[in-house]
Design a protein around this ligand. Sequence first.
Ligand code: AMP
Ligand code: GLY
Length: 424
Amino acid sequence: MNVLVIGNGGREHAVIAALKKSPKVDKIYAMKGNAGIAKMAELVNVDYCDVKAVGDWVDQKGDIDFTVVTPDDPLALGLVDELQSRGHRAFGPNKNAAIIEASKAFSKDLMKKYNIPTAQYETFSDYESAKKYLETCAIPVVLKADGLALGKGVLICMTREEAQDGLKEMMLDQKFGSAGNKVVVEEFLVGPEVSALAFTDGKTIKPMITSCDHKRALDNDEGLNTGGMGTFSPAPFYGEKTAQEVMEKIMRPTIDAMNAEGRTFKGVLYFGLMKTKDGMKVIEYNARFGDPETQVILPMLKTDLMEIFEAIVDERLDEVDIEWEDGACVCLVLASGGYPEKYEKGKEITFGDLDKDVTVYHAGTAEKDGKVVTSGGRVLGVVAKGADIEAARRKVYANAEKIHFDGMYYRKDIGIKYRDIAKE
Ligand code: AMP
Ligand code: GLY
């Protein structure tokens, strides 16, 4: 089979590395890819948010058997629908299901209607009403821009003043663009967070191994929110008991709710969860693989990923046994100095002599004059497996030191979080 993978980050590099191992896959194309992906796939320079242009390219190419859509924007824009309407096979939720990520107001209303545990909330489209509500609500409070905002549309406000300023930025100053026309004001929850991803064909749900992201830019979870500075797998506090609670109270009800709404979800559903004193609660849904969660999940997958993708599209996921390796996996993101705010691009990257069992997934890289250079905020993900998280993190850090580019920055504490919480 010839497979087209949409996207250009570390997540897509990990997806392509997994597909490369499949005997079913002949050739991989990546739209648009990066310098690391270029070693495994042929790059295609088409804007993947232009769904019609992607459809035209696939039509003209003529020999693409399957397309995998992983980023949030093309899913929300209906790329899977566009390809299907032209008779092509594509993996990922349809536009009417991808809304579970694309609109926070939609996902909150869905959870309320179907009794899926989440933070209490109110939704506002009118600034004055929201302002009034903030005068009396409990503090801390969380403000969320309704639409997609590259993971940056969430403000955790520790004081009432901060909340009022944040609301003004979102609704009046349009800091997150039109994503802030509608705002969800949410109860602040406390507890460890976990990314619980699942494969689903709309009927069967097969959870993946769990992972934990580190969203803040600086050590000790300080600094600005980012797309994710590192991950580890599995979450130590998420054992059989929690997995069962999540399946019964969150995963199954969500898939059933989407079916009941006429929005059957097929693809990867990402449950961002918090373990609160009142049980597991949903913080957010994503309609896709996480980044950098995928970089620690897929290296542990023993089953053929292409087989899973096909089974989902054909609605026969119940026939596939999905197996995972034991042990742990850690991903450390090497970022450009200044990320997630202003940073420079075009810095040459040198990799040194890395251990053979360490993988480097490329995110923001490009090739220039035969050299690999930086081209984004999150540049590389250094990934290692180990018997436990500590062993994997030691290997990751020992190898990260060998990599260099001007301004390179990484957190020193990936994999430490939650190790004092009781293991389940
Ligand atoms: P999101 O973009 O929805 O994943 O939110 C980004 C981060 O904000 C989450 O990973 C949480 O750490 C935090 N967050 C979001 N909602 C809440 C909430 N209701 N209570 C506490 N923290 C939250
Ligand atoms: N790592 C968080 C996300 O993919 O949204």
